[in-house]
Ligand binder design. Sequence first.
Ligand code: ATP
Ligand code: MG
Ligand code: MG
Ligand code: MG
Length: 544
Amino acid sequence: MHRQSNLLLPTERQAPADAEAISHKLMVRAGLIRQIGSGLWSWLPAGWRVHERIVQIIREELDAIGGQEMLMPVLVPAELWKRSGRYGIDELFKLRDRRDAELVLSMTHEEVVTTHVAQVVRSYRDLPLILYHFQTKERDEPRPRAGVLRTREFIMKDAYTFDRDAAGLEEGYQKHIVAYDRIFDRTGLEWYRVESDVGMMGGLGAHEYMAPAPAGENDVALAPGYAANVEVASADPQPVAELQLEGEFHTPGMTTIEAVATHLGVGTGNLLKAFPVITEARGLVTVFVRGDHRVNDIKLQNALGEAFRPAEAGELPGPGGFLGPTGQGVEVYDEAVTPGRYVAGANREDYHVVVEVPAGDRLDVRTVQEGDLVDGNPITVEPAIEVGNIFKLGTRYSEPLDATYLDVDGREQFVWMGSYGIGPARIAAAAVEQFADDNGISWPRALAPWDVHVVALGKEDELAAAEALAREIEAEGLSVLLDDRPLRPGEKFADAELLGCPLRLTVGKRALESGTAEVQVRRGREARGGVPLQGGAPAVAELW
Ligand code: ATP
Ligand code: MG
Ligand code: MG
Ligand code: MG
């Protein structure tokens, strides 16, 4: 049992002046978090309890699919990031030690974990592996914002799968979908799993887990049986109609899709949702096909003029996709498969792909709009918070970091990888966003800092009765916060509603007289009668 009289739980009447997001305002006001610099936050004891409950849910579900928890350092040699080709990322913090050696602060851990696997995995018998950790990530975000929704330092659960081949990766990926679906169900959040851009990770395909909330920086496009990420356009949100795209989009440090998006002044997510973009491309290739094109109208070749061949069943990216001469995959969906969409394929940064289409085709680009796009059903667009992201990496990291194994026939093969992230802080903030009311936070039961808030009103007798009840409730396996502070009832209730524990029991003079504590359910602020002061704990557990 925690006693509020000696707990560091500094509640505030006023939200910080710069706060706009509900979670920013309420998490500060409820005494859960405090800021120390731009995008830098401390978790105070009650907030940390929420964070760690989320961590525990994630841990249990990853262990259930065979994940092995470990810990890798934040500070790592810059060399690894140079080898993977990601040293140029702006968000990456770079520094030097006293001997002038170059280091980076990890913003994710593909480079480190792949290096370990490269050293220890020898044969096909050592695979598959699922490795994960909870570790601090450092990102020099251009716009830290909204309390803990976008910070420069945060804890991420990042998991990595290592498999023998594409089929193995597919299995590991599907296991993570099962685990992630369970994790987000257990948190009590409202959530969607959506198709997404592979972004800076590179790779063969990705999904994001999105929690709808007005404070979200992503837009989710939804139609029956369809959900995809429409990243908020960085610039002009208007359709970019019938735009002729010519030439090559080679911009150092940018994937093609980023270069094209920059050229058009739209977000990459919008471009991903755009109808046809057909361009000569270097690096990450994303092509959208509209109209009567069929997959076989598209020819892919690399810079040396070597052709991509159609992929076969069992090969990534699967039938309908293409494989480059050295195994690079390009996924293609024509309109018969996914109306109006081609989905991204990926290549190494130094890889040059030419996409040819029949002569005379015009290249149109437009952004997804509310009301467009899918199978005769209008699309709706909702703002959402990205709470998790899973990626099929393929051999994107095992090639530059040389992670290979010997197959059954003794041949050396690259390890196939997947990468899977979740931000517990964002889950906490998303829960605040989704369920708060005018009086404060209303935690989903699985995330609350305490299950039951027992509020004692009055002096010795009331306090003694409240304590006895709290002890009984704890014996039922629930966690209890006891408000034993000598404050006015109004102040105590206001704090309890701000903090948002799911059940509140009040023990005052009336309770002593009647022998029952009043019960209030936080969600909806609904009175639920009373429970006996003595022997009432089972009734509380039942309400739970
Ligand atoms: P965003 O698009 O919001 O910048 P991201 O795509 O860069 O996020 P990932 O690299 O996919 O993030 O990281 C995995 C998870 O880590 C995200 O889904 C999110 O839950 C969390 N996360 C990422 N960046 C931040 C941040 N700056 N602050 C808090 N959590 C974050
Ligand atoms: Mg980011
Ligand atoms: Mg993202
Ligand atoms: Mg992401």
